[in-house]
Structure formats: C-alpha cells, structure tokens
Design a protein around this ligand. Structure first.
Ligand SMILES: [Fe+2]
Ligand SMILES: [Fe+2]
Length: 314
C-alpha cells in the first residue's frame, strides 16, 4: 500500500510503547475469570423449550414481556459503544494489556447480555429493534454521552460507570428472583455473574485511583453520577419515575404485567425501593473516598430547602 494512504488512515501518531508487562494483578485475575466463566447465549439456553413454554401465555402478556426484554436488550447494547470508546481511549493512553483486555471482555459480555435479551424478546413473540414510543427513542441515546465521559479521566470515568453496574445488578437480581421460566432464569443468572465482575473492576479502580483525585474532581464525579441517574436512567430505563405521565402509566402497566407472570421483570414500586437501597449501599461504599453524591429526590425523598423543593420534578 502507498505510504501516503497509510498516513491518511492512521490517526494515532504514536502507538508505542504497547505495554506487555502486567501492572494490575487484580485486574488480570478478573480477565482470567472472564475466560473461565465465558458462556454462549446461543447454546447455553434452550430457546426452543422456552418459546414453547411461553406460547401458552395470553397475547397481552407476551407483548408486554417482549417490550420489557426489548428494553433490556437496548440497554445492554448501550453499554457496547461506551465500551468501544473506552477501548479506543485505553489504546491511545498506552494503558497496560490487562486493562485493554478487561474492556474488550466488557464489550463482549455486554454484547452477549444483549443477545440473550433480544432472544428472550423473540421467544415472547417479537423483539422490537426500535422503541415504539417517540419519547423512548430520545431516552436511550442519552444513556451514553461521550462529551460527558471525556471530562473524566479514564479510570475515574470507568469507576463511575461501574456504580451504575452495581445499581443495575441489584435490579437484575430481583428480576432473576421474579423469573419463573427456566430459560429466562438461567439467562438472568449468567448475566448477573458477568455483572458481578464488572462491579468488582469498579471497586478495584476506586481503591487504586480515587485517592489521587482532588476535591473538585470528586465533586464532579458525584454530580455526573446523579445527573445520569436522574436524566436518563429514571426515565424508563431503571425505573419509570421520571417518565411523562401517559408514558409512565403505559410503561408501568406493561412492567407489572410482565412481573406478574414471572417473565423476569420488576414492579415499578419495587424498582424504586431497590434503587433506594442500592443507592445507600453505593453511598456507604464510596464514603471512604469522599465522593459526594447529591441527593436523588425521586428516590430518596425531599429534604432540600423549600425553594429547591418547589423546582423539583417529583
Ligand atoms: Fe450487562
Ligand atoms: Fe455490565
């Protein structure tokens, strides 16, 4: 190939040094676990049996379940472009091999969560590749905003992301308990096992890197966490509390119906309780690092001064 063409396509001016020496044994341990605990969404779940079992459910329930698992599939997919950006960043910043390996594992794992989820939606009667509600079409893209991510260092940003993994892991655990069909229960269990590793990665990063952050950076991380939670995840992703009235009613009804029939879903009120408990756990976990998370009024209630209370969106 002509050398001048290569210059046009290669944007990283200096890929070297490409680090091959392990620096973080605890991260490498996670990479090894990921290899041992790899699973296959196609082969490890009996899709034919699941489809058969689900076929006896009333049409309305299957439609609600398919919507629910489509949403789960969109969410899992949302983690993959985020992961791809982090991989690119890890290469540009010459990070050690085990960090790049973990990020690549993360992408593959989120992709298999996505696959398991859209296959469940299909078994229920049809995966929806796009949300039917216009409102929702706007919510999912806000899930990952690279401009926001770029304001944080690689390790701080990834640690914040794993706080969300902790929250979604708690919700998923409740959905695992709700699931009454073997295929759905097994998929939830396999996904949870991967998520536990993602959470563990966040804990390692916090332990290793949070002490190095200054007060302003810590404040920014807390604000980013609260902003993302309130701005997109409570808008129908983790819970429905911040959805507009009509969409909240419709969405709540569908979730409740899916939960009532043991499709691996959660009731809207239950979701708020789980998020409140998990939020308290996260506050306790990050307390030693002095990262302040602003109050989340939709979940934790109002104790702010009256002026702010009037402006809140409860
Ligand atoms: Fe996931
Ligand atoms: Fe994850």
């Amino acid at each position: 190939m002509d050398a001048s063409m290569l210059e046009e396509t290669i944007q990283n001016p200096n890929p070297y040094p490409i680090i091959g020496e392990l620096q973080y044994q605890d991260v490498w341990n996670l990479c090894q676990q990921a290899r041992e605990l790899a699973w296959d969404a196609d082969k490890d779940i009996d899709w034919v049996a699941l489809k058969d079992e689900l076929s006896i459910l009333p049409e309305e329930v299957r439609v609600a379940g398919a919507e629910w698992w489509s949403l789960r599939a969109w969410m899992e997919h949302g983690a993959t472009p985020y992961g791809a950006e982090r991989y690119r960043q890890a290469v540009y910043e010459h990070l050690p091999f085990e960090i790049k390996q973990h990020v690549a594992n993360f992408i593959m794992e989120e992709l298999r969560h996505h696959e398991a989820s859209f296959r469940i939606a299909d078994a229920l009667g049809g995966y929806q590749p796009s949300p039917r509600s216009d409102y929702f079409k706007l919510v999912i893209p806000k899930f990952h905003d690279e401009k926001e991510e770029k304001q944080m260092s690689f390790y701080a940003g990834m640690a914040v992301n794993t706080l969300f993994e902790q929250l979604s892991g708690e919700l998923l655990a409740a959905r695992y308990r709700n699931a009454r069909f073997d295929g759905i229960k097994h998929a939830c269990k396999l996904i949870l096992r991967d998520e536990a590793r993602h959470v563990q990665f966040g804990r390692i990063l916090m332990k290793r890197f949070f002490d190095q952050l200054d007060v302003e950076e810590k404040k920014m991380l807390g604000n980013k966490f609260a902003g993302k939670l309130r701005g997109s995840l409570l808008n129908g992703v983790y819970a429905v509390v911040n959805l507009p009235e009509d969409e909240r009613k419709r969405s709540s009804h569908a979730r409740a119906l899916a939960a009532e029939h043991g499709l691996g879903a959660t009731y809207p009120d239950e979701e708020v309780e789980i998020i409140a408990t998990a939020l308290q756990q996260i506050r306790d976990d990050i307390a030693p690092y002095d990262v302040p998370i602003p109050r989340i009024p939709e979940i934790e209630g109002e104790t702010d001064p009256p002026m702010q209370r009037a402006a809140a969106t409860l």
